[in-house]
Design a protein. Structure first.
Length: 180
C-alpha cells in the first residue's frame, strides 16, 4: 500500500514523495547500472537520468508491474543507450539464418562461484553479454530482452544460447587452467 500511495503522490508532483521513492530504490538501481557500465561516475549519471525520466513519465506508470520493475527497465535502457553512444560504430549481424540447438541447461560445474560467473559474463562479446546479463542477472524473458535491445525474439534466443555456450566454455577453461 505504501508504494502505491507514494507513486500517486509523485504523480501529483509531490517532491517529498519523489525523495522517498528515490531513497528506496537508488542503491538497487545503482547496482543495476554498475553491472552494465562498470564505472561509478557513469552509473551515477545514468541513475540520475533514469530517475529524472521516471518522474517525468510517472503518469505512464499503470501499476501492472511493481514500480521497481518499471524503474529497472528505465535504468537498463538508459545504461544501454549510454553504452551505445560511447561506441563510434555498431555493426549489426543478422544471426537469424543460423540454426542453433535449443538447450535450456544453465548448470555449471561444482566449485564455480557466482563471482566467477559474473566475471565470465563480463568477458563475453558485447552482443552476447547484455542478453546473458538481462536473462541471468536481471530475470528478463526473451520477449522483454528483445524489446529492450531492439532484437527479434529469434536473434535474442540465438545470442542467449551462444553467449551461454561461450560462458560455459570460458568457465571450464578457467577451472581446468587452460584459459586466461
Amino acid at each position: 500500500m505504501f508504494q502505491i500511495d507514494v507513486v500517486e503522490q509523485c504523480k501529483a508532483n509531490d517532491r517529498r514523495a519523489q525523495m522517498k521513492l528515490y531513497r528506496q530504490y537508488c542503491d538497487g538501481m545503482y547496482c543495476v547500472a554498475m553491472r552494465f557500465l562498470k564505472n561509478a561516475d557513469d552509473a551515477e549519471d545514468v541513475l540520475q537520468e533514469s530517475f529524472i525520466k521516471a518522474f517525468q513519465k510517472i503518469h505512464q506508470f499503470e501499476g501492472d508491474v511493481s514500480f521497481g520493475a518499471w524503474l529497472k527497465r528505465i535504468v537498463i535502457n538508459k545504461s544501454i543507450d549510454f553504452l551505445k553512444t560511447k561506441k563510434d560504430k555498431m555493426v549489426t549481424l543478422d544471426e537469424g539464418y543460423m540454426h542453433v540447438e535449443v538447450n535450456d541447461d544453465w548448470t555449471v560445474e561444482d566449485g564455480i562461484s557466482m563471482e566467477e560467473i559474473k566475471n565470465g559474463i563480463e568477458c563475453l562479446p558485447e552482443k552476447y553479454r547484455y542478453v546473458v546479463m538481462m536473462f541471468l542477472l536481471e530475470g528478463y524473458d526473451h520477449n522483454e530482452i528483445s524489446q529492450v535491445l531492439d532484437l527479434t525474439p529469434s536473434n535474442c534466443r540465438t545470442r542467449l544460447l551462444r553467449g551461454k555456450g561461450l560462458l560455459k566454455e570460458m568457465l571450464q577453461q578457467r577451472k581446468h587452467g587452460t584459459g586466461s
